[in-house]
Design a protein around this ligand. Structure first.
Ligand code: SF4
Length: 504
C-alpha cells in the first residue's frame, strides 16, 4: 500500500480497489505531470545528489547507495515490507541514518514565525523567524510512511525528523515524525483492512466528493437515506450525528440549541436542509441581495497551462446596460513563449482603455472575475516576467488595480449573498441564474487537455483538430465570462427574490 491510500475517503479507497481497471482520471494525470515537472526543477537546483533512476533494480540501487553512506539520495525507492510501498524524493544522511524529504507542489509554509527549517543544500535544521508551518495531512502521513519504511530497511535516523519542500522551492520545512507515528500506525492498519475487504465502508459527503468520479453512485445512496451530510459538510455532519440528527428531514425541523462541535450556525444548516427538500441550491443570507454594478462592466476570465503561462485572457464588455460581446486576448504558441507578453499587453490595454474612457465620461467602471486568486497570480506574474516589454504594466500598477474597488470578485459576492448547498463553483451557481454552458464537458481540467491538442503539445493531431480545440477553448472561456455577467444580472434583478431566505 502506498502513502496515497492513507488520506482521503475510505469509501473511495474501497470502490477504487474493487474497480481496478476503471478509466484513468485524465485530470489526475495532468496533476501528476505538473508535480513531476516541479520536482525535476527542484532536483536540478541541488548539488551532490546520488540520483536513482526509476525502473528495474531501483530498490537494489537505493539500498546500495544507503549502505555505502551516500549523502543525498534522490528518487530512492525503498523495499516493500509489511505491505508498505513508497519512494522519497530525497533521503538525507544525518548522524545515525537517513531522514526522508518530500517535494510537493503546494505550500508547506506561510509568512510568520516558529517553523524549523533547513537550507536546501545541507541538513541544518534551525528555528526560522520568517515562516510558520502549514500543516498538510497527506504530507504528514507520507513522511510517517517513509519513516516506517526506512526503519524496516534499517536505515532510519533515530532523530525521527523529516522534511518537505513546498511550491516556493526555497527551503526544507522540518517536521517531527515521532509524534505522528501512533496515528499513522492506526490509520495504516485501518486502510489495510479496507483494502483487504475486512472492514466495511459507506459514503459520507465530504469535500473530496466534488472531484470524485464515484459521486453519482454515492449521491444516490445518500439521497435514498436522506443523509444529513448532503447539506452539512464534513465539518458539521459528525457533530450533528452525535446530537442525533442523521437525516436532512431531522435537520430541517431541528429546534434545539446549537449542537456541540458543529461550527456552522444551526440556523444556516436548517435553512439549507429546507432548501434541499424544496429542490433549491441557494439560500439568501438576507432578504436584500447586493452586488456592485457599474456603467461600464468587463468580465474577465484567464486560462493558464499549469505553471507555464497564462495563454488566454477573455473579456465580456457591457456598457450602459448593453452587451458589446466577447473579446479574447490569446497566444497560440505553446507557453512559455514571449508571445504571451504581446497578448497580455493587449488585454491590459483593453481593460485600462475602457476604464479611462469611463472615467473621462464621468461614468463608473468595474471589472469582474470569479475567484480572484488565479487571475491576480497571473496578472502579477505577467507584470514581473515581461517587465519592460511594450505595453506591460508595472507590478505596482497591477497591485493598485487589484486592490481597488473596481476589481470585483464575484465568488466573494456570491458568498456574501448566499448559502449554497453545492459549494460556490461557477458551474453550480450560474445555472440558478438560468445560465448554461454550451459544452457539457467544459471545465478547467478538460480545457487543459484541449489546450495540449490546440497548440500541438500532444502529437498526432492535424491542423483541423488543433483549430477545433482552440475554438472549443474560446467558446468555453466566452461562456465563463458570460456566466459571471449573467449571475450579476440575476443578483440585481427581481428574480433573486424567489430564493428562500435564512430564517424563513
Ligand atoms: S463520492 Fe465522496 S463518499 Fe463517494 S467515494 Fe467519492 S469521496 Fe467517497
Amino acid at each position: 500500500m502506498s502513502a496515497r491510500a492513507l488520506t482521503g475517503c475510505r469509501h473511495r479507497l474501497a470502490l477504487d480497489t474493487a474497480a481496478s481497471g476503471a478509466d484513468p482520471d485524465p485530470g489526475m494525470a495532468l496533476r501528476v505531470e505538473a508535480a513531476s515537472v516541479f520536482r525535476a526543477s527542484v532536483r536540478d537546483r541541488m548539488a551532490g545528489l546520488t540520483v536513482i533512476e526509476p525502473g528495474e533494480g531501483a530498490v537494489t540501487r537505493t539500498l546500495d547507495a544507503l549502505a555505502r553512506g551516500a549523502d543525498r539520495v534522490w528518487g530512492g525507492v525503498l523495499p516493500t515490507a509489511h505491505g508498505r510501498r513508497g519512494h522519497s524524493e530525497l533521503l538525507i544522511r544525518v548522524a545515525d541514518g537517513y531522514v526522508p524529504v518530500i517535494v510537493v507542489n503546494h505550500k508547506v509554509s506561510d509568512p510568520g514565525a516558529g517553523a524549523t527549517t533547513s537550507p536546501l543544500d545541507r541538513w541544518a535544521p534551525a528555528p526560522d523567524e520568517t515562516v510558520r508551518v502549514r500543516q498538510h495531512r497527506g504530507d504528514q502521513m507520507r513522511l510517517a510512511h517513509l519513516t516506517r519504511m526506512l526503519q524496516d530497511a534499517g536505515h532510519a535516523s533515530s532523530s525521527l525528523l523529516g522534511g518537505s519542500v513546498g511550491v516556493d522551492g526555497a527551503r526544507i520545512v522540518v517536521h517531527e515524525i515521532g509524534p505522528l507515528l501512533p496515528q499513522y500506525d492506526e490509520r495504516f492498519a485501518d486502510r489495510r483492512a479496507v483494502l483487504a475487504g475486512t472492514s466495511g465502508t459507506e459514503p459520507v459527503r465530504v469535500a473530496e466528493c466534488r472531484r470524485c468520479p464515484w459521486w453519482p453512485q454515492c449521491e444516490s445512496v445518500l439521497a435514498a437515506q436522506r443523509d444529513v451530510s448532503l447539506v452539512a459538510d464534513g465539518r458539521s455532519a459528525p457533530g450533528l450525528r452525535a446530537a442525533g440528527v442523521t437525516t436532512v428531514d431531522q435537520l430541517a425541523e431541528y429546534a434545539g440549541p446549537q449542537p456541540e462541535d458543529v461550527p456552522v450556525p444551526i440556523a444556516d444548516l436548517r435553512a439549507m436542509a429546507r432548501a434541499w427538500r424544496d429542490g433549491q441550491v441557494l439560500v439568501r443570507r438576507t432578504p436584500e441581495v447586493r452586488v456592485r454594478r457599474a456603467d461600464v462592466e468587463v468580465d474577465v476570465d484567464m486560462e493558464s497551462y499549469q505553471e507555464y503561462g497564462a495563454y488566454l485572457w477573455g473579456t465580456w464588455l457591457r456598457r450602459d446596460g448593453v452587451d458589446e460581446g466577447y473579446r479574447p486576448f490569446a497566444t497560440w504558441e505553446p507557453v512559455p513563449t514571449r508571445d504571451e507578453a504581446r497578448s497580455f499587453a493587449a488585454f491590459w490595454a483593453f481593460l485600462m482603455d475602457r476604464r479611462a474612457e469611463a472615467h473621462a465620461a464621468g461614468k463608473t467602471f468595474a471589472a469582474y472575475c470569479y475567484s480572484q486568486n488565479a487571475e491576480n497570480k497571473w496578472l502579477l506574474a505577467s507584470a514581473d516576467r515581461f517587465a519592460g516589454e511594450p505595453g506591460i504594466p508595472t507590478r505596482r500598477a497591477v497591485e493598485e488595480f487589484i486592490a481597488s474597488p473596481e476589481w470585483v470578485d464575484m465568488f466573494d459576492a456570491v458568498g456574501d449573498a448566499f448559502l449554497s448547498l453545492e459549494g460556490r463553483g461557477l458551474k453550480k451557481v450560474a445555472p440558478v441564474a438560468g445560465f448554461h454552458w454550451r459544452d457539457a464537458e467544459a471545465g478547467g481540467e478538460a480545457s487543459m487537455l484541449w489546450y495540449r491538442v490546440g497548440v500541438g503539445i500532444d502529437p498526432g493531431f492535424g491542423d483541423e483538430d488543433r483549430a477545433a480545440q482552440r475554438e472549443r477553448i474560446l467558446a468555453y472561456n466566452e461562456d465563463d465570462v458570460k456566466a459571471t455577467a449573467a449571475l450579476r444580472e440575476f443578483m440585481s434583478s427581481e428574480r433573486v427574490n424567489a430564493l428562500p431566505v435564512v430564517g424563513d
